[in-house]
Structure formats: C-alpha cells, structure tokens
Write a protein that binds this ligand. Structure first.
Ligand code: SAM
Length: 329
C-alpha cells in the first residue's frame, strides 16, 4: 500500500513472461538507455534504478562498468531480472536487485545517479504519490547526484479523443514460450482527474489451436513539461537540461517523448526562474517555450472545435489548463 494515498500501488507493465519480447522491437527502447549512459560520467558511478522491471536498462548500465542497484515492487519482475543477470554473467555485487516499493524506499545510502525510465513516473497517479516518490529520489541522491527521468509529452489530440479502443496493435513472438502474441490497447482518459485507464489486450493460440486471451489494466497520469518543472521544484529538485528525443537534438522537441535530468537544488530557494533558465541553458528555455506554445496551441484548437456543452461538462480539457496554472508552487 502507498503511504501517500492508502491505495494499493499498481504496476505499469504488461505480462512479465511477455515483457522483453513485447518491447524488443520498440525503436525508442533501443535508444533511451544508450542516450542516458552517454550522459553519465566515464568513471564508475553508483546508480539506483527505481522500477527496474526485467533489468532491461540496469544490465546495460552495469555492463558499462557502473555499480547498479535496481528496485521494483513486483517480485515476478525481480525474478525475471535475476534470471537475466545470471544469464549475462554479471556479478550480483555489480547489479543488486531488491523487491521494494519505490514509495517506501530507504536504502540508507546515496547514489551518483537515480534513474526512472520508460514513463514509469506516470504510474504514480496521485500528486501526493509523486511528491513522495520525488522525496525518496532526493533521499538517495549524493550532493552532486543527478536524477534522470523519462516521460512522454501528453498528446493533446489524444486527450481530446478521451476513449480509444484497439489501438497501437502489434504482434510479437515470445521465444521461451514459442508463442506468437497479438496485442492492442484500450485507453479511457479522464482529463479533469488527469488520469488515463489503460488496458492491454493480449490474444494468442495454444498448440491445440485454442484461442487464449489476457488483459492487463493499469492507470497512468500525464504530465505536461511545465508541471514536471513545478513538481521537481516543489520537491527541491532543479531541472538542469531537457531533451525532446533520444538523439538530443533540440529541433526534435516536438517529439512525443520528453525527458529531463534533474539534480538536487544547491540553494533553499530553488525556484528555477525564466531568467535563470536563460542564463543557465539557452536550449532549456527554447525547448520549454516551443513545447509550451505547441501544447497550448493544440489545446486551444481542440477547445474551439468542441461544443460549449462539452467544455462545461466534467472531464474536458479546459480543466487541465486550469489545473496546470492553479497548482501551488
Ligand atoms: C514499464 S516498466 C519499466 C521497467 C524498466 N524500468 C524498463 O525501462 O524497462 C514499469 C515497472 O515499474 C514497476 N513499478 C510500478 N510501481 C512501482 C512501485 N510503486 N515501486 C517499485 N516499482 C514499481 C513495475 O513493476 C514495472 O516493473
């Protein structure tokens, strides 16, 4: 159970047995970890991966010579990660795996890097959970440590659709089960609560020809870039650099994936003002401005297209804009 909300935390993942095969051909997942590691110091670092899953990233980080601790609250994921670690021959002292809820995390030690990848931050749907998570991150950062987080930019067109069925279909093969699986996805978006209910639908055939089906349901929130900045600031973290995609090119800021690297604030007053942003990193400001213009522009177009009755009803997009500006610092 989460202390922040009293709710049982849920996993943002599919079926453990399918997980690696399911994402093996996702181009983004071929780029994200190498891009992140290219921003790590060359010397061996202590790295904490929160929500390590099947160690997709942790193994690569350890193979680059860093000492990694990976935690996940799902014992099945940890078991799958342990099996992969054994198969790869990595010494368990270089990659330690533990089954712990991120919201309860207190390892009693600090790290050069804390990383949270593949949209997993969005799994913490309540504001209180996000705060608690970021406090746990801060607790584990060395004074000059950095926090690397990777979340997608909300797509205003998708928010406006609210309900989608059977989207993003894919077929993948799970070698160790010799099984070919078809997957698609249903999404229901509550824009007022800033939550989306996601359902992964899986179908496959047994050797006998019998069709089998399985479903995995979970909730995600969505976070706009400026909200991410505010969340970090209210938890004493300061955004150092943004990237719009894993090639690091600012011209690709309009890509759906947004990512940030954050570090502990050195000052009590950690407000990251526009002027300071400009002084620190011109790219950071340009990226934030372009992203804001794109998101707000698209939201306004969507609102104009919608009937007035829709706009005044719950679950509409004007509330998202309101919530974004009304959130206290
Ligand atoms: C999408 S997977 C990402 C796995 C891995 N980081 C990667 O990039 O492939 C999300 C993971 O978050 C884990 N998770 C969800 N809630 C968690 C929590 N409260 N504490 C620890 N792990 C959590 C899930 O069990 C799952 O393994």
């Amino acid at each position: 159970m989460s202390k922040a909300t009293g709710r049982r935390t849920q996993s943002y993942r599919g079926i453990v047995d399918f997980y690696d095969a399911e994402y093996a051909h996702n181009p983004m997942l071929h780029r994200d970890v190498p891009f992140m590691i290219s921003h790590f110091p060359a010397r061996p670092c202590d790295v904490l991966e929160i929500a390590v899953g099947t160690a997709r990233a942790a193994l690569q980080i350890a193979q680059h010579g860093h000492r990694v601790v990976g935690i996940d609250n799902d014992p099945h994921m940890i078991r799958a990660a342990e099996e992969k670690r054994s198969a790869s021959g990595i010494d368990p002292r270089r990659l330690t795996l533990q089954c712990i809820d991120a919201l309860e995390l207190d390892l009693g030690r600090k790290f050069d890097r804390v990383v949270l990848l593949f949209n997993t931050m969005l799994n913490f749907v309540e504001l209180a959970e996000l705060d608690q998570l970021l406090q746990r991150v801060k607790l584990h950062l060395k004074p000059n440590g950095r926090f690397w987080v990777d979340v997608f930019n909300p797509d205003p067109a998708r928010l406006a659709r609210q309900r989608e069925r059977g989207i993003e279909s894919s077929v993948f093969h799970v070698p160790h089960l010799d099984r070919t699986v078809y997957r698609d996805m249903d999404i229901d978006i509550d824009a007022t609560a800033q939550r989306q209910r996601v359902c992964f639908n899986y179908r496959w055939f047994e050797q006998s020809g019998r069709e089998r089906r399985a479903r995995v349901r979970f909730e995600l929130t969505f976070i706009f870039p400026r909200e991410l900045q505010m969340l970090m600031e209210r938890n004493g973290l300061e955004i150092e650099q943004w990237w719009g995609d894993h090639d690091g090119a600012s011209s690709r800021v309009s890509a759906i994936i947004g990512r940030g690297i954050c570090h502990r604030s050195r000052e009590r007053d950690h407000v990251f003002t526009h002027e300071r942003a400009r002084q620190r990193s011109p790219m950071t400001t340009r990226v934030a401005e372009r992203t804001k213009a794109r998101v707000v522009g698209a939201l306004m177009q969507t609102l104009v297209r919608r009937r007035k009755s829709d706009i005044t009803r719950g679950g509409t997009l004007d509330a998202v804009v309101g919530a974004e500006v009304a959130r206290p610092p």
